[in-house]
Design a protein around this ligand. Structure first.
Ligand SMILES: C[S@@+](CC[C@H](N)C(=O)[O-])C[C@H]1O[C@@H](n2cnc3c(N)ncnc32)[C@H](O)[C@@H]1O
Length: 276
């Protein structure tokens, strides 16, 4: 039996929710593989290995998680935000948003949202004894459904400051899907002093490598659209960007230097605070 990664499950499929398509690669399970997790299958690993030939996806995934953790700690400790709506939250891994946030303040509440059944099934398992965090199976492209979901409303009071997280998620929306309007729909549900966190793939620095990776992701149900820094900044309309603004991920309030060339993170990230 083949086993991969630190938290390796296996390919016997007994842990797989009914109806999951294991034959075709899933972006969520490929990301789990990049992070060294075990909730992935041969089809995911085959495509992920091809992606690794063109971009340093394992480093990028780790750097993205590290940015997410720094952003959450900032939001709890410096912005005083205790409610989190994590859109495109992924397969649970070490250092999840609720772990980071509740470590800083046990009163933090977290709603995870993903449209991948494996991500949601394992989120439910992990959170079964955590009354302040939940996972819902939903499509982030449907803000009304997500915002009005019973579980969202159980844990988030939108009259209080709330952080919407869209980390490594918005680049799975094509321009034709109106990503800016979708972000705006979440923004409009938030009260002042709420926050938006985005990390997003870019082809600003290594367009050829990114183009090859984008081509490979066409084999998943989640094709990727890389965007320029300017386009990513535009998603923050209605928010004031926290210093240092939208920057390459390793440059956002780093704890230490995690990569020789920050451009190899191939992603920008930023945090904005809603002022009105
Ligand atoms: C690369 S992972 C990022 C996970 C986590 N946010 C992070 O930054 O570590 C992207 C996740 O977004 C999810 N996703 C993609 N499109 C989505 C959609 N339309 N609705 C909900 N989730 C989506 C995928 O299933 C996947 O789990």
């Amino acid at each position: 039996m083949e086993q991969r990664g630190a938290g390796a499950m296996n390919d016997d499929e007994t842990w797989v929710p009914a109806g999951v398509d294991t034959e075709h690669p899933s972006a969520a399970r490929m990301y789990d593989y990049f992070l060294g997790g075990g909730h992935n299958f041969a089809a995911d690993r085959q495509l992920a290995d091809k992606v690794l030939e063109v971009i340093p996806a394992k480093d990028i995934a780790r750097i993205n998680r590290s940015f997410l953790r720094r952003a959450v700690r900032y939001l709890v400790n410096e912005a005083g935000i205790l409610q989190f709506l994590d859109l495109g939250s992924g397969v649970p891994t070490v250092g999840n948003v609720h772990e980071v946030a509740q470590h800083e303040n046990p009163d933090c509440t977290v709603v995870y949202v993903d449209n991948d059944p494996v991500a949601v099934a394992h989120g439910e398992l992990m959170l079964q004894h955590n009354g302040n965090a939940t996972t819902i199976l939903a499509d982030l492209r449907q803000p009304t459904t997500v915002l009005g979901h019973d579980e969202t409303l159980r844990l988030i009071d939108f009259r209080e400051p709330t952080a919407v997280l869209m980390c490594a998620a918005l680049h799975f929306l094509g321009d034709e899907e109106g990503p800016a309007d979708i972000v705006a729909a979440y923004r409009d549900a938030l009260c002042p002093d709420s926050a938006l966190v985005i990390s997003h793939a870019t082809d600003d620095d290594y367009p050829d490598d990114l183009a090859r990776a984008v081509e490979l992701y066409k084999d998943t149900k989640s094709p990727v659209t890389a965007r320029t820094r300017e386009q990513i900044v535009e998603f923050f309309a209605g928010f004031d960007l926290v210093s240092p603004g939208v920057v390459l991920l390793p440059l956002w309030r780093p704890d230490f230097r995690e990569i020789a060339d920050p451009r190899r993170s191939l992603c920008y990230g930023g945090v904005g605070i809603k002022t009105i």
